[in-house]
Design a protein around this ligand. Structure first.
Ligand code: GDP
Length: 234
């Protein structure tokens, strides 16, 4: 697989022309988006991870230089896929200034409604707590905006950091109960249930695929690729 950085953009006007099908990744700051992008591209540093939520948008020089939206051109010769991978700015963390949040939400709305080449919107949700208010807002925004797009945009929820969720639950159960009644399965079901309820409340399709991932253990890498392939070839 070849991946190259194409452009950093700050607005619809600065995006490159609609020439390649696009898959975009979105979610709250610190949800694990950069780590996921790096995982699916098999790179260590394609997208920049940060321990400090919100830091990537404001302080790191490479982000200031490139703008909050990052586009990469990816060619997977094994799957015969050539597409733009779009890393959208993280929204919804207290440390992100309110004006920036409003500006980026406006961008999200325009992008989802008008970007003709957009094929799939991967929305990341942190598996440690499931969907929060900002995630619900983003689901609503997707439901409203993508319905205006003349092309069909697929939606998939990507649950991140499942390694943390599973090990925390397993440990808790281990301390409280001597037997371990399929605890990993229960933890997964808990997150999935929460996501399904939230999707329906937000006006999204309840059957939206929900993918469980961990960038630490590479869980779910194949699932993300499967959905990418399906959406890009439609
Ligand atoms: P972004 O702000 O959404 O791009 O989030 P980052 O990818 O920068 O990740 C934020 C923090 O979460 C970093 O400290 C990452 O190392 C950590 N992180 C991301 N994904 C995972 C994961 O799957 N498992 C674990 N344990 N930590 C993760």
């Amino acid at each position: 697989q070849q991946v190259e950085f194409v452009k950093g953009a700050v607005s619809m006007e600065t995006l490159p022309p609609d020439e390649l099908p696009e898959a975009c990744f979105a979610g709250r700051s610190n949800v694990g988006k950069s780590s996921l992008v790096n995982m699916i591209c098999n790179r260590k540093k394609l997208a920049f991870t940060s321990k400090t939520p919100g830091k990537t948008q404001s302080r790191e020089p490479h982000i200031r230089r490139h703008g909050p939206v990052h586009l990469f051109a990816s060619l997977n010769s094994l799957l015969l896929l050539r597409f733009h991978l779009v890393d959208l700015p993280g929204v919804g963390y207290a440390e992100v200034p309110k004006a920036k949040k409003v500006e980026w939400l406006r961008f999200y709305r325009d992008y989802l409604s008008h970007r003709k080449s957009l094929r799939i919107f991967f929305q990341l949700v942190d598996g440690r707590h499931g969907p929060l208010q900002d995630d619900v807002e983003l689901m609503k925004l997707f439901a409203e905006s993508s319905s205006k797009n003349p092309n069909q945009v697929a939606h998939a929820i990507v649950i991140t950091k499942m390694d943390k969720t599973l090990s925390a639950k397993v440990l808790a159960l281990f301390l409280l109960l001597p037997a371990l009644p399929d605890s990993a399965g229960q933890a997964q079901e808990g997150v999935m249930d929460k996501v399904r309820r939230t999707l329906s409340e937000a006006g999204c399709d309840e059957e939206t695929p929900v993918l469980l991932t961990s960038s630490a253990s590479k869980l779910g890498r194949g699932d993300v690729w499967n959905y990418l392939q399906l959406a890009l070839q439609d």
